[in-house]
Design a protein around this ligand. Structure first.
Ligand code: ASP
Ligand code: MG
Length: 418
């Protein structure tokens, strides 16, 4: 069996959905499982609904209507005839969402988030499945919540592999086109959970692992994995082959093409992952598999903006040692600050951190009681895997470098954002 993942950008409008059909014509669709994300920016739009719901905002209704309108336009474009049963099916899902908004009693933000945000994927897969049937491809629509079981850590749920494996082995039919939702799961009480933003790649890997799939293909609007983000670097070029190990390293340093959790299950069973263009499905794209580290071998650049460089030194010139460091990391963990680089000397300790949840001020207040704290906000962290002199120069040219760290394979440079 093969697992295909189509992300939001690939199904953002009627043309995109028609294109999924033509990709399937080219790539084949027998013995395939499709994992699909919410259409376009629907997840963000649903996040706004959730915000409006908790803020008791008068915009709540209109934010829901906006999403309905967007989907309805796509439906009209795809099916024309409003008697097609897809209209009723999608309406029923919106009705469920509205029922939830009207009747929910839970004040738990993360719980409510997952119950609401899941409609993006439930609806996109409903549309896609009806469209494939309409075009003459028989499909099996699977509610992923009956397969991927998780704990109740809403918005970042942990997969229960044993239960998930059982469900998938028992109930996924082969020899047919299966369509299911990325990103979602359910807990022991059958409440909807999610695996973290951009989690659909991970869903594809979960199914591939449990099905012993022959491969996973992530269909994207780029030709494959590039050695640099073309938005920041001229002459970005395509990587043909990456080993699992190297791909995990790249994801760890922040390459966003592949969701980091995706690679481990695939590596365990040596299932190859292909990243291919949904615009040119015949091109080979990138393969992540057992094999060459990197082909062609070249420096790879990863950029992380809006980082914070924090330096701590002891007030009394004492060493910063194990107990301090574990305490500091405990705080980072508790306040969800992500550490992207560490550098320490005897009496000082520097980290480059990402403060996604705006918690740094609280951490700063705590640390300031024990350490001398210096920090610079809005710095950029560049990571160069397989660096050479020219690559380093590309990054450093015309920038103010404030920290640099070099190991055998990796160079990291922090610059002041201009
Ligand atoms: N729709 C979800 C998101 O945008 C999951 C995904 O796209 O992978 O985060
Ligand atoms: Mg998405």
């Amino acid at each position: 069996m093969r697992v295909f993942k189509f992300g939001g950008a690939s199904v953002k409008d009627a043309a995109g959905i028609k294109n999924v059909y033509s990709v399937l014509q080219t790539a084949g669709y027998e013995d395939v499982l499709l994992v699909v994300s919410a259409m376009g920016k629907t997840t963000n739009a649903l996040e706004l609904v959730i915000k409006n719901y908790f803020d008791k905002s008068p915009e709540l209704q209109s934010s829901v209507q906006e999403i309905k309108k967007y989907h309805n336009e796509i439906l009209l474009d795809l099916f024309e005839d409003e008697k097609n049963e897809v209209f009723a099916a999608v309406n029923a899902q919106f009705a469920e969402l509205e029922y939830f908004l009207a009747h929910n009693k839970s004040p738990n933000y993360n719980f409510v988030y997952d119950q609401i945000v899941s409609y993006g994927e439930l609806i996109s897969t409903t549309v896609l499945s009806h469209f494939m049937n309409f075009m003459g491809i028989k499909t099996q629509w699977l509610d992923v919540r009956n397969f991927v079981k998780t704990d109740s850590n809403y918005r970042d749920a942990e997969v229960d592999w044993e239960l998930t494996q059982q469900n998938i082995s028992k109930n996924v039919k082969r020899k047919i086109l299966n369509i299911t939702q990325g990103f979602l799961g359910s807990d022991e009480n059958n409440f909807t959970t999610t695996l973290g933003r951009e989690g659909s790649d991970y869903t594809a890997a979960i199914f591939a692992y449990c099905l012993n799939a022959e491969s996973v293909t992530i269909w994207k609007d780029v030709p494959g994995v590039m050695n640099a983000d073309p938005r920041y670097f001229e002459n970005a070029s395509l990587l043909n082959q990456i080993s699992y190990r190297e791909a995990i390293e790249l994801a760890f340093y922040g390459a966003t093409v592949i969701h980091p959790k995706t690679l481990q299950p695939l590596q365990k069973k040596e299932i190859p992952l292909y990243v291919k263009s949904f615009i040119n499905p015949l091109l080979p794209g990138t393969s992540v598999s057992k094999g060459a580290t990197l082909e062609p071998y070249m420096p790879c650049f990863i950029v992380k903006r809006n980082q914070l460089l924090l330096s701590l030194s002891s007030i009394d010139f004492s060493f910063i040692m194990e107990e301090h460091i574990s305490e500091i990391f405990g705080l980072f963990h508790e306040y969800k600050l992500k550490v992207n680089l560490i550098q320490n000397s005897a009496i000082s300790f520097s980290v480059c951190i990402e403060d996604k949840f705006d918690n740094f001020k609280d951490v700063n207040a705590i640390l300031s009681k024990k350490f001398k704290v210096d920090f610079t906000e809005h710095v950029t962290l560049y990571t160069i895997r397989h660096f050479d002199e020219k690559a380093a120069h590309t990054v450093e040219e015309n920038k103010t470098v404030i920290l640099k760290q070099v190991s055998t394979e990796t160079m990291q440079i922090i610059t002041q954002e201009s």
